[in-house]
Write a protein that binds this ligand. Structure first.
Ligand code: ADP
Ligand code: MG
Length: 691
């Protein structure tokens, strides 16, 4: 029997199967080698590849092609070209050349460049990334061939997320190869892998359209907490409502056609919050796939009269959304973060583990940078998501192993000798891969065979954090190799001494307790761990010399590329908050105030009437309510003016945020006083619960 799901899996991808069917044999072989081993593409086969790809795309109903790339806005970008070309009066052919495939020239003037590009040189170049396969995007009237590409300026500076990611993969691969040589391992392919868990909210489109704040900023700037929200913890892993399940099923069908291995789906902690996790894949591919997942989520929601919110904090008072990035590194197909079967494998595991701990301890600031953004500021540091302090969670067993390494002066204390772990000689105790008792408050946690970075926001491109993680780990591995090179003695003993030293030097970053607690905040401050609370603080490390030198040394980002990222990040932050302030002011003045004023005047009239009629009852109630509403109206007036001043004077974003928060208090209080049928905005209890 034919399995329709298997039949359609990857059907919209220029996959190995499609390549073999549409390309001449030698061309297919060369292309597949490039895709698998990341060897440079032989330019002489470009035309043949393009021809085969075009024929495949035409079969799939495509009329256009586009170089699909990831500019520094955090989203994706595409400009479509028709295959169609005229070839005489009223005659045309479908054409797609090797040149079309390999590179394109785009007007880049409206993409953020952070001053990298002068206006007279506004051209940008896209270059095909053959390691991520081409795919088909569908819409109601047809389809488009999408070619994953890198994007750079005329002078070669990167203007996208993919280029530095690819460079960083190369950096960590090289360092890993070097380390493996030291361990006497055969040459093998290094693969960095990512499994990105995607959280999101769904709201009914009706509600969305009546919320100008959601429409314009992706989050609600007003809205009182409903009586019931997530206190009962009854949504997490609860039965999925039929309307949502229908949506999820459609999302998965589409993702499977795109060869994206969507695996798990469930209700998340907050009402109306959900999660989708694919199986982990090669990092570069997984990043592209996550960008596609976000798009498919949005589009499928629309088709179901829903709206998918990817903002990190659409609703105050309930959990926000993150994107847990599960990262690991494999050598010759073996995951180096899996404790091995024999002492040698364990020694490799411990060395790689130590390199990662060292990297986080030394470069927590630049890793935190990758999660900066106006949206994520509402998560990090609040009492739900990982704190802004980057620490490492290892679990009891590994903590114990590291303690043994740290304390182990081998042979000096024969009575305790048996208890101390000798690297390269002993095997490790079994480590549980338990999913239940993990420390959810840790931003960077070892979860059995991978590290899970939990700080990235739900809307952010994971390329950013993964690029930094790769680079700092590469640096750490190299530093360990350098030391081993200069040390004397038998290898295992050198390694033991080195690891002992490294544990001592970097253990302050390891933390097993409650990451949300005030005690940890104080303790971390004492330990000197950075706590970069908001976007401006988190972006600052991009300008620090030691970071610039590190990224230049590994050829991942140049000084100007780092500076440009700082500029783009700051601009984005300011603009977003300015937009939020603008829409908050507009809603408060033109939607909330008229309703409050109207209700107040009705009440005041009723009160006057009641008094003149000499009524004995109702006066107290009317007086109390109208004075509350009157005070609210005054407050509204004062706070709107204050917010407006922060805008017109172009005050710091922090000031605008504070004025918005203050205004919110008044509006949310009024929400509970004004006649429900007249309140101009859908309320939280409607948006979060009504489907
Ligand atoms: P949880 O929510 O319990 O953390 P999920 O199943 O939601 O677990 O997500 C775990 C993610 O980690 C999945 O995307 C999974 O494929 C991924 N993952 C598992 N092993 C690895 C690995 N070796 N490298 C990278 N990611 C991995
Ligand atoms: Mg999960």
């Amino acid at each position: 029997m034919k399995d329709p799901i298997l039949e359609s899996y990857g059907s919209d991808v220029f996959s190995e199967k499609a390549i073999r069917r549409h390309l001449p044999k030698p061309v297919a072989a060369k292309l597949l080698a490039t895709m698998r081993k990341s060897t440079p593409l032989d330019p002489t086969i470009a035309d043949a590849v393009a021809e085969g790809m075009k024929n495949w795309a035409l079969e799939k109903g495509a009329t256009h092609f586009t170089h699909w790339f990831q500019p520094l806005t955090g989203g994706t970008a595409e400009k479509h070209d028709a295959f169609l070309e005229p070839c005489g009066p009223a005659q045309a052919v479908q054409r797609f050349s090797g040149k079309n495939l390999i590179g394109g020239e785009t007007d880049a003037s409206s993409f953020p460049s952070g001053g990298l590009r002068s206006t007279f040189e506004a051209r940008g170049y896209t270059a095909w990334d053959p390691t991520s396969p081409a795919f088909i995007k569908r819409h109601e009237n047809g389809a488009t061939l999408c070619i994953p590409t890198a994007f750079c300026s005329f002078t070669g500076e990167t203007l996208d997320m993919k280029t530095p990611l690819l460079r960083s993969i190369q950096a960590v691969s090289r360092a890993t190869e070097r380390l493996m040589r030291m361990f006497g391992q055969k040459r093998a392919h290094v693969e960095v892998t990512l499994g990105a868990e995607q959280e999101y909210f769904l709201v009914d489109r009706r509600h969305y359209l009546s919320r100008p704040d959601l429409l314009q900023t992706g989050r609600t700037v007003f809205g009182a907490a409903p009586a019931k929200h997530q206190q009962l913890e009854d949504h997490y892993f609860g039965a999925i409502k039929p309307r949502v399940l229908k949506f999820m099923t459609e999302v998965e069908r589409r993702l499977w056609q795109l060869g994206i291995p969507a695996k798990t789906r469930h209700n998340e902690v907050a009402p109306a919050q959900f999660e989708l996790a694919p199986m982990f894949e090669d990092l570069n591919l997984a990043v592209d796939h996550n960008m596609m997942i976000m798009e498919v989520l949005r589009q499928t929601a629309e088709a179901n009269d829903l709206v998918c919110l990817l903002h990190e904090k659409p609703f105050e008072g309930v959990n926000g959304s993150g994107k847990h990035c599960n990262w690991s590194i494999a050598y010759g197909g073996r995951n180096l973060l899996t404790p091995g079967a024999d002492p040698r494998e364990n020694a490799i595991f411990l060395t790689v583990l130590m390199a990662i701990i060292r990297a986080i301890e030394m470069h927590a600031d630049i890793l935190r940078m990758t999660t900066a953004g106006a949206g994520n500021d509402h998560r990090l540091g609040a009492n739900e998501a990982p704190p802004a302090i980057i620490s490492v969670f290892l679990g009891d067993e590994l903590n114990d192993v590291l303690r043994q390494i740290e304390s182990g002066r081998r042979g000096s204390d024969s009575s305790r000798r048996g208890q101390k772990l000798r690297v390269g000689v002993d095997t490790l105790p079994p480590l549980p891969k338990d999913t239940t008792d993990r420390n959810r408050t840790s931003p960077f946690a070892f979860t059995g065979n991978k590290f899970e970075f939990r700080a990235p926001g739900s809307s952010q491109n994971c390329a950013q954090s993964q690029m930094v993680l790769n680079t700092i780990v590469a640096e750490s591995i190299d530093a360990i190799c350098d030391r081993l090179d200069t040390m004397k003695g038998p290898f295992n003993e050198k390694l033991q001494r080195l690891l002992q030293y490294e544990v001592k030097a970097h253990k302050r970053v390891i933390f097993s307790g409650d990451g949300y607690s005030e005690e940890w905040r104080k303790e971390a401050a004492k330990l000197g761990l950075p706590n970069l609370r908001d976007t401006p603080a988190a972006l600052a490390p991009l300008k620090e010399r030691r970071n610039v030198e590190l990224f230049e040394r590994y050829g991942v980002l140049s000084r100007s590329e780092m500076l440009s990222r700082w500029e783009i990040g700051m601009d984005d932050y300011r603009r977003r908050i300015r937009i939020e302030a603008g829409i908050a002011l507009e809603i408060a003045r033109s939607m909330v105030r008229p309703v409050v004023a109207d209700e107040f005047s009705r009440l005041a009239n009723a009160l006057g009437q009641a008094k003149s009629d000499g009524l004995k009852v109702g006066i107290r109630g009317l007086t109390a309510l109208s004075s509350k509403l009157g005070a609210g109206l005054d407050d509204l007036h004062v706070k709107c003016d204050r917010l407006e001043r922060t805008i017109t004077r172009d005050e710091r974003p922090e000031k605008q945020l504070a004025a918005m928060d203050d205004l919110r208090k008044t509006v949310d209080r009024l929400e509970g006083l004004v006649d429900d049928s007249r309140w101009p905005l859908p309320k939280y209890r409607e948006m979060l619960f009504v489907y």
